[in-house]
Design a protein around this ligand. Structure first.
Ligand code: SAM
Length: 220
């Protein structure tokens, strides 16, 4: 895995890891994956020098690559074990999907914008990471491979999409920002049994909207 590592931004990358630790991120697998994955490969050329700032940055199609703290926080909350089947909604740049694959998860990721779907696919190939990706409305999940040990939604939802709850394995966790289009609260939903779910509500974040049948419509 160390083959991903590029020394160009070494100091910035180490500083980012220190800052994430200071902010309370203590999952060593998450920190290790962030420390070896070159974020500069996932951002637009104009922003390469800002790759290791702890901020969201623009990518194609008016979308964003999430802030490293947000990525680290959500990934920690997923509590990924090697071999877990994880579904991501909102592939975007492909950065989050690559982190999960480095952590040993079997990754399934869905994107609704064709350009991002294709660009992220070529990054997965470049890094030789086995990631299953699909161009579709992720609010409906990916039933064929369900159930998932974890589902991570990296766009802002108005409510929890039912298909995602249904596609969670018992004991599995769904991490999803819920709110309006301005700001959202992170929900961590654990499936306790066939019928029961436990809900933990955490901090406030800001994401681009989740657009789809069980999300926001394209024009509101
Ligand atoms: N996880 C991404 C990364 O690592 O770069 C960042 C995701 S970006 C904040 C949100 C993404 O969700 C956008 O690429 C957007 O097109 C996508 N999206 C929005 N609604 C979607 C839906 N219903 N299904 C799939 N993707 C969706």
């Amino acid at each position: 895995m160390n083959s991903f590592y590029s020394s160009k931004f070494k100091e910035q990358r180490l500083k980012l890891i220190r800052d994430l630790r200071k902010r309370g991120i203590d999952d060593e697998n998450v920190l290790y994956a962030i420390s070896i994955l070159p974020r500069e490969k996932f951002v637009l050329p104009t922003f390469v020098n800002r790759s290791y700032e702890d901020v969201a940055l623009p990518i194609d199609c008016n979308q964003t690559i999430s802030q490293p703290y947000t990525v680290a926080y959500m990934t920690s909350e997923l509590k990924v074990n090697k071999g877990d089947k994880i579904l991501e909604i909102g592939t975007g740049s492909g950065y989050q999907a690559c982190l999960l694959a480095i952590m040993g998860a079997k990754v399934f990721t869905i994107e609704r914008m064709q350009e991002l779907y294709e660009k992220s696919k070529s990054i997965f190939n470049e890094f030789r990471l086995q990631i299953n990706s699909r161009l579709a409305d992720g609010t409906l999940g990916w039933k064929e491979f369900a159930p998932y040990n974890g589902i991570i939604v990296t766009a802002a939802a108005p409510k929890v999409p039912n298909p995602l709850k249904e596609q969670l394995a018992i004991g599995g966790r769904l991490v999803i920002p819920i709110g309006d289009k301005i700001s959202q609260t992170m929900y961590i939903i654990t499936r306790i049994s066939e019928e029961e779910y436990n809900e933990k509500v955490s901090d406030r974040f800001k994401f681009v909207p989740l657009i789809g049948k069980e999300g926001w419509s394209n024009n509101n």
